[in-house]
Design a protein around this ligand. Structure first.
Ligand code: NAD
Length: 436
């Protein structure tokens, strides 16, 4: 694998295509055409955005929107604001979104946007003008039935709110009216058409996967110990729901380090404690009592190598590599972060019999709840928290079951089994449409 994310995404696609090819023996040409088409996004919009700065100067910011494939439905994917955004990254992420949407069967294709910017260097006004300029760039190519952007790294509900407003203004200025402009963006604040349950959806979706995995591995939940790397949105909600259901969450971490409490943490209390102290190093909280003598401080690297049943990387990419994969003691890994395991580590883990639930499946609860937000916006109706969660669970359970069945049928590791299911769905949709 190279350092070029899109080259890696294409290489993955070709590996999976080799496994799927025998199923398309009687349509080999059409299958090859589909794989060739999926090797590049359908469209890439790119331009420099001119943004008026607070000091009166004008600054340029490179912006992208990649629309990878819409055979299964409108393009869907976040917009990232980061100084390391590149065209290759945006194209790769749009490709992975196509697979992620296919995994849970939600009726979307894949898209992704990005702007090369460090948003921490911008004032609120500059951030708003940048976000509005981005919408001006893509306005003709987005919409509830075309492409539905969402937040990603460093983009928030507030940014989605500005974007919705700019999009509506852009349409009005052309004399166009859209019945459901709110349905053009997801991840909006609840007050502006966002969905109940979205905040916890990614972590909770991962816990639905955990429940299925534990049953397949024949474990009893009260015996299962879990270490979670990261205690942000995804890590916290995963740990919280796992704790609530009776699993033993023995370790969690933030950027400063990890804590380990063999008896199992009181996760909600640990968050309360972290908010008070700023870091979790002091927060060995058990049954409502926080006391450092109840556990010990570890590094983030040590957390991954703990003798636990399941590790859950929920922070950064590339944390399990060829260097440390051989030291992983867990029976299984649930990838809640995007891309936490490198391809070289994948091979080592598979050889050592570590079961892996890949990111496109494990963290798909987020995009699935974004889909629910879109459905609610199209209906002009909002569901309760309970309705949202009750609709999320069956989709995650089904997606896990399909991955497991493919894994057993093909003897491939979890990542390949998931990609096979997803890519087959996209290829089949392209064939049904007759676009290949
Ligand atoms: P977040 O910013 O809320 O939390 C990130 C956590 O990682 C924080 O606890 C932070 O302290 C910790 N962290 C930062 N540097 C670290 C380090 N060096 N070592 C260990 N921990 C470190 O982010 P999030 O929304 O929870 O996202 C986490 C991951 O999940 C990312 O890979 C993201 O792409 C992925 N993801 C998020 C969503 C979502 O709905 N938020 C959906 C799909 C995938």
């Amino acid at each position: 694998m190279s350092n070029d994310p899109h080259a890696n995404a294409v290489q993955q696609l070709h590996q999976v295509a080799e496994l799927l090819r025998p199923q398309y023996a009687d349509q080999a040409d059409r299958f090859d055409q589909a794989i060739t088409k999926l090797s590049e996004p359908d469209r890439v919009i790119e331009a420099e955005l001119s943004v008026k700065m607070d000091d009166g100067s004008t600054k340029q910011f490179q912006a992208y929107r990649a629309q990878h494939n819409n055979a299964r439905g409108p393009y869907k994917g976040g917009i990232r604001y980061h100084q390391d955004v590149s065209l290759s990254e945006v194209k790769a992420l749009s490709t992975w979104m196509t697979w992620k949407c296919a995994v849970t069967g939600i009726p979307y294709g894949g898209g992704k946007g990005g702007v090369i910017v460090n948003p921490r260097e911008l004032s609120t006004g500059e951030l708003e003008r940048l976000s509005r300029a981005y919408v001006q760039l893509v306005a003709d190519h987005i919409g509830p039935w075309q492409d539905i952007p969402a937040p990603d790294v460093n983009t928030t509900g507030q940014i989605m709110a500005w974007m919705v407003d700019e999009y509506q203004q852009a349409l009005q200025s052309k004399g166009q009216l859209l019945e459901n402009p709110l349905a053009t963006f997801t991840g909006k604040p609840v007050m502006l058409g966002g969905s109940e349950g979205r905040e916890e959806a990614t972590g909770l979706g991962g816990v639905f996967v955990l429940e299925e995995l534990v049953a397949k591995l024949g474990l009893r939940k009260q015996d299962v110990s879990i270490a979670v790397q990261g205690f942000g949105n995804v890590g916290y909600w995963f740990a919280y729901h796992a704790d609530r259901l009776g699993y033993r969450v023995v370790a969690v971490s933030d950027s400063k380090g990890a804590i380990y409490v063999e008896k199992g943490l009181d996760v909600a209390k640990t968050l309360e404690c972290k908010k008070k102290f700023g870091s979790i190093a002091e927060c060995m909280c058990v049954d409502g009592v926080c006391d450092p003598s109840q556990g010990k401080v570890l590094t983030n690297a040590e957390l991954l190598e703990l003798p636990v049943d399941i590790i859950v990387p929920a922070a950064l990419e590339n944390v399990i590599t060829a260097e440390n994969a051989g030291r992983i003691q867990a029976k299984a890994i649930i990838e809640m972060a995007n891309g936490p395991v490198t391809p070289e580590a994948d091979e080592i883990l598979a050889k050592n019999g570590v079961v892996l639930v890949p990111d496109v499946l494990a963290n798909a609860g987020g995009v699935t709840t974004s889909y629910f937000e879109w459905v609610q916006n199209l209906q002009g109706y909002s569901w309760t928290h309970e309705e949202v969660i009750s609709k999320l669970k069956p989709l995650m359970v089904k997606a896990f079951g399909e991955m497991w069945a493919m894994r057993e049928q093909t003897n491939q590791p979890g990542r390949m089994a998931t990609y096979m299911t997803a890519i087959k769905r996209v290829v089949d949709a392209m064939m049904l449409r007759g676009v290949v």
